[in-house]
Ligand binder design. Structure first.
Ligand code: ARG
Length: 394
């Protein structure tokens, strides 16, 4: 009997995958659930997989690796997609694919299964990563095969086969949450003109509940990566968790955007990413101070391309490696500290310092870099005698 490893979140649509593979396709199922910082308790999620017929349920703590090897690389690269999506979902797919392949090998699986419903971003990314990492594994998408398109379709299937039911929230939103942020999909029929209700948001407070009294936080960077909070050395996970808490309290990092999907269709997306928002903001402020003009401007181009490649599922490519090599070089001097001020719904950069600062206060003045012009005039005078050479022939 053949075996499949299923990328499994514990949601009803994933239970349907287990049920269908096992009973209709006669394929044994092992599940994999990675902890990327989503709120679900994975032991319980694993239990549910076994109750639904999986033969084993793997769970793994992916948080440190996900943040350090993927999110922080993207942060260093300034990678935000289009109007500011920090790629929280997109960045979790390469490590997920790696882990699925590892388990497939360990368990001797011929198939990898996932719960994508159609040709969407997640499906394109996951399948392209699986193809790259393990071209011999066959991919199966049960919900797609079954033609289940909506949560109502899932409900009908669950009722028929007596599977546990989805919660109301699961019915209303398609939520993908991890430590780098949360993506909330309102459903294709949601009116673009209508503001999402406040209970849509799950990480951040509403702006009217954020404290009026401002607070300050200092984030220290070394070679483009955040390493200290208020002068204290902070590990990767602590850094992100602390910034998430702080940002959430001050209601920063919300985004309601129209986004160009891989397929070319536009979709409305709601995101919350308090930590990523603050860290990107501070990182860019430090780059302004430490990168020279050519590099800073070209960095914009490369940051966009980096975001785009992450979005399109091209992590395991020479292009990404080459861009990382570029960032290895240009981020060398992005070391220093940025002070942010947080208050009701916003964060502002209010201070920056760096041992590699390119800011030369002694050469500046209010009215057009006078100091510098004076210097140039003086040096011309010393080269050409007391007066600058005249351009007119007498
Ligand atoms: N639009 C985002 C992306 O493509 C979010 C995807 C979220 N996925 C989900 N299953 N809710 O990266």
């Amino acid at each position: 009997m053949s075996k499949a490893v299923l990328a499994y979140t514990g949601a009803l649509d994933n239970l349907i995958c287990i049920h269908w593979l096992r009973t209709v396709k006669n394929i044994k199922v092992v599940t994999f659930s990675g902890n990327f910082g989503q709120p679900e308790y994975l032991e319980e999620v694993g239990e549910r997989a076994l109750e639904t017929g999986a033969i084993s349920a793997h769970i793994a703590d992916m948080r440190e690796r996900f943040l350090h090897d993927f999110c922080f690389q993207a942060l260093r690269a300034g990678a935000k997609y289009e109007s500011g999506y920090v790629l929280s979902s997109a960045l979790s797919r390469p490590p997920l694919a790696q882990e699925l392949v590892r388990i497939a090998r360990e368990e001797g699986c011929e198939f990898v299964a996932h719960g994508c419903r159609g040709i969407g971003n997640d499906q394109v990314r996951l399948e392209s990563y699986l193809h790259t990492l393990a071209p011999d594994l066959k991919i199966v998408a049960p919900l797609f095969e079954l033609g289940l398109k909506t949560p109502e379709d899932d409900e009908a299937y669950a009722k028929r086969w007596n599977l546990p039911r989805a919660t109301n929230r699961q019915m209303r939103y398609n939520v993908d949450q991890n430590l780098w942020g949360v993506a909330l999909q309102l459903g294709p029929r949601a009116d673009l003109w209508v503001e999402p209700p406040d209970d849509t948001y799950i990480m951040t407070r509403r702006i009217s509940d954020a404290p009026d009294k401002p607070t300050y936080v200092e984030i220290g960077f070394e070679a483009g990566l955040p390493v200290t909070i208020d002068g204290e050395r902070t590990g990767t996970m602590d850094m992100v968790e602390t910034m998430n808490r702080l940002g959430a309290q001050y209601a920063v990092g919300r985004l309601d955007v129209i986004e160009d999907r891989i397929s070319g269709l536009k979709a409305r997306e709601i995101y919350e990413a308090p930590a990523a928002h603050l860290l990107h903001q501070a990182h860019t402020a430090l780059e302004e101070l430490t990168l020279d003009k050519d590099v800073f401007q070209f960095r914009d181009v490369t940051a966009r391309r980096y975001a785009d490649l992450v979005y399109r599922g091209k992590w395991f490519t020479p292009f990404r490696e080459a861009l990382d090599a570029w960032f290895d070089v240009i981020e060398r001097n992005v070391t220093g500290t940025v002070k942010l001020k947080l208050m009701g719904g916003t964060s502002l950069v209010v201070g920056r310092q760096s041992p590699h600062s390119l800011y030369k206060s002694e050469m500046l003045s209010y009215d057009g870099d006078v100091e510098r012009t004076t210097r140039r005039k003086r040096s011309l005078e010393s080269e050409h005698g007391s007066k600058p050479p005249s351009t007119r022939r007498d």
